[in-house]
Ligand binder design. Structure first.
Ligand code: ADP
Length: 441
């Protein structure tokens, strides 16, 4: 069961992590693609502007001069006549000369354009017209001659006599997608590696997270098994007794058997009440007050109730509490805790021994201790003394103790009041200390 929960936890963890990676990856790729595209535009514009001086100056001037003189419109750097715009460009630059239209919406008149020596099919008239009309650089994606998507940047420049030219530079859009593809190729193995690490981490974390659950489940299982066992014993005795009485209904010894049965029923009743308290404590459904009260009074009153029994058992019971020990908590539950401690102390202390109830302040807390001169609790049993149904064997056989739940209920009741119950062994006897928060008000 735990394995499958663990597997599901890990898978869920990996799933969430994968989703986060995919979202982050998509955002990273999208913003990279946008940046790469705008960088491509910038690059193309820079390239086009690189020839703008030449186009604006000599080229458009020549055009004008050519018109003025009726001679060849274009001349090379040494004044020799050359073909239209030949001098203007390298193969990735296109130039179109035009006269801008006056009328709104009408196209400019194209006068000349550089030969389409570019493998990209430059120049493109449509974008050039639009750039001339808007009077500003525009970037567009167009279909190239080989069916490839091209990014074309058109930069308008103005020369003498109202002539205008649009310089175009182009590059396949594929360049951007290739850069994006390279990024994705890096991100995929990194992401997969991250997922592998997340899986290993998830398995480790889920094992750690499941450990307390597994332990508490195991404790609960043991508790149920112990409780069933504790209830089965008195039930078996009741059954045997009932069978004996059935066989000899008129036997005068039956009265003794009935006495026996009544005490077994009482024992079961006590056990069931203890189990009920524990179940309520576990579920956090036991009413526990949190109000100011005097711990000294509760300790003295509870000890008072044990005076007679202690006297009968030959145990001296001493109470050494200060006049006042103001604390916060539940006086009734505190009385219950001290009664459980005193019950044990008187029960396990042999004739002639003594039990001392003392109280004092301790920093933010007040405490009451119940010490006895009995057999004490051997150190190896101390860590488990508050476990449910835990009994120290010798002490139990000596006088046949109670349900084995008294101390664990007492400890849980102390915790429910934000206090604590500590067990120790001193001078050969046992000592238990209940600490509760001091009432500052
Ligand atoms: P029980 O009902 O058996 O007394 P508790 O939870 O009250 O159950 O105590 C658990 C065990 O702790 C007892 O069985 C006993 O072995 C040991 N114990 C508790 N108090 C004392 C004490 N004052 N002196 C010696 N042993 C004690």
């Amino acid at each position: 069961m735990f394995e499958s929960i663990r597997r599901r936890l890990t898978l869920g963890y990996i799933g969430i992590f994968a989703l986060i990676l995919v979202v982050l990856g998509a955002v990273a790729v999208a913003s990279f693609a946008r940046q790469a595209a705008s960088q491509q535009d910038e690059l193309l514009e820079q390239k086009a502007r690189g020839t703008s001086d030449y186009v604006r100056g000599p080229l458009l001037n020549d055009y004008q001069t050519g018109r003025d003189t009726g001679g060849p419109p274009h001349r090379g750097k040494n004044g020799e006549p050359i073909g239209p715009f030949q001098a203007a460009t390298d193969s990735d630059i296109g130039v179109i000369a035009l006269v801008p239209s006056d009328g709104a919406g009408a196209d400019s008149t194209i006068l000349d354009s550089s030969p389409s020596s570019s493998s990209f099919g430059l120049p493109f008239e449509g974008p050039a017209q639009r750039a001339a009309q808007e009077g500003q650089t525009i970037a567009e994606t167009v279909d190239g001659p080989e069916g490839e998507m091209l990014r074309v940047v058109s930069v308008p420049v103005t020369g003498r006599g109202g002539y205008e030219a649009v310089i175009q530079s182009a590059q396949p859009r594929r360049v951007v997608w290739e850069a994006v593809g390279d990024l994705v190729l890096i991100l995929i193995p990194v992401g997969l590696g991250g997922l592998l690490l997340a899986g290993a981490g998830g398995l480790y974390m889920s094992r750690r997270a499941m450990e307390p659950v597994r332990e508490s489940f195991q404790r609960q299982r043991t508790f149920i098994a112990d409780a069933s066992h504790e209830l089965k014993t008195p039930l078996a005795l009741l059954r045997i007794n009932a069978e004996v009485m059935k066989r000899n209904p008129t036997d005068p010894e039956n009265e003794e058997i009935v006495e026996d049965q009544l005490s077994e029923i009482d024992r079961m009743d006590t056990l069931l009440s203890d189990l009920l308290i524990l179940a309520r404590l576990d579920a956090g459904r036991l009413d526990v007050e949190n109000k100011p009260f005097d711990l000294a009074t509760v300790a003295a009153d509870t000890a008072g109730r044990f005076l007679k029994r202690a006297f009968e058992e030959g145990v001296r019971l001493e109470v050494k509490v200060p006049d006042e020990l103001p604390v916060r908590g539940d006086p009734g539950r505190t009385g219950q805790i001290l009664a459980a401690l005193l019950d044990n102390a008187v029960r396990y202390t042999p004739n002639g021994g003594s039990v001392t109830v003392s109280g004092r302040f301790l920093d933010e807390r007040a405490e009451v201790s119940v010490e006895d001169t009995g057999p004490g609790i051997p150190p190896k049993h101390l860590p488990r003394i508050f476990d449910r149904f835990y009994r120290v064997e010798e002490a139990r056989t000596r006088k046949g103790g109670g349900t084995g739940l008294g101390l664990s209920i007492a400890r849980d009741l102390a915790r429910a009041q934000r206090g604590e119950l500590i067990a120790g062994s001193s001078k050969g006897g046992a000592n238990f200390t209940l600490r509760l928060p001091k009432n500052e008000g």
